[in-house]
Design a protein around this ligand. Sequence first.
Ligand code: SF4
Length: 261
Amino acid sequence: MNKRGRMDRRSFLKLAGLSFTGLAFQPLADLLPKTVFAKDGLPTETLALQKWAMAVDLNLCSKKDNCRDCIDACTRIHNIPDFGNPKDEIKWIWTAPYKDVFKDQAHAFTKEILLKAPVPVMCNHCEHPPCVKVCPTKATWKREDGIVMMDYHRCIGCRYCMAACPYGARSFNWRNPRPFIKSINEGFPTRTKGVVEKCNFCEERLAKGLMPACVEACSQKALTFGDIRAPRSKVKALLSRRYSIQRRAYLGTEPVVYYLL
Ligand code: SF4
């Protein structure tokens, strides 16, 4: 500042530089206009007022043997590669046996049907996500609407987030995934070698007012997704009415994917 309290050229350039640096480190999504989503409950003005959650009805899910509706839809839409071996598998939504997913919940009298049917699992978009805390480049962060995001361009492949996630919900691209994608959806970015990825609750579809692809594709209507803050929210009504469990709730991560029994 000069004696008259006005900003001189040098101060201005310094301030402009600092502002630019701050801007450059802000996640891209924070700079984009917020979208309105009116499909579940009352329309709201901004994403900041919303809180997404998913309810998976295991009774409905178990009714169709070998069902892959949700997995196939997610794979197709998000350009998920198939490397042909489980070691390199990229998982956004996948299935696992009940007794593995809910080790702390299964007991000698658990319903037979639950033990038999595989449980769909994905990123839990935890309220307190340990993966976000450990990321050194802020390539993963939590939005105000609860979605835990990934910026593939910021990811340096350190895999701290994978080590921190207690649910195995993140996968690493050991190779260039593009040649291993069956049919590329040009509307969604493909990833590169050395990058971590995971379920994004179909944030790109939510921004257009669409339900997540897995929810839409489920022929059993076992998946319910929506804003738990909306007064007429279906997911909120289901969770208030039915008994539900979360994966490893004792860890304090507060998953927003609930399983209805
Ligand atoms: Fe992070 Fe794992 Fe929780 Fe997803 S499930 S938010 S990857 S800790």
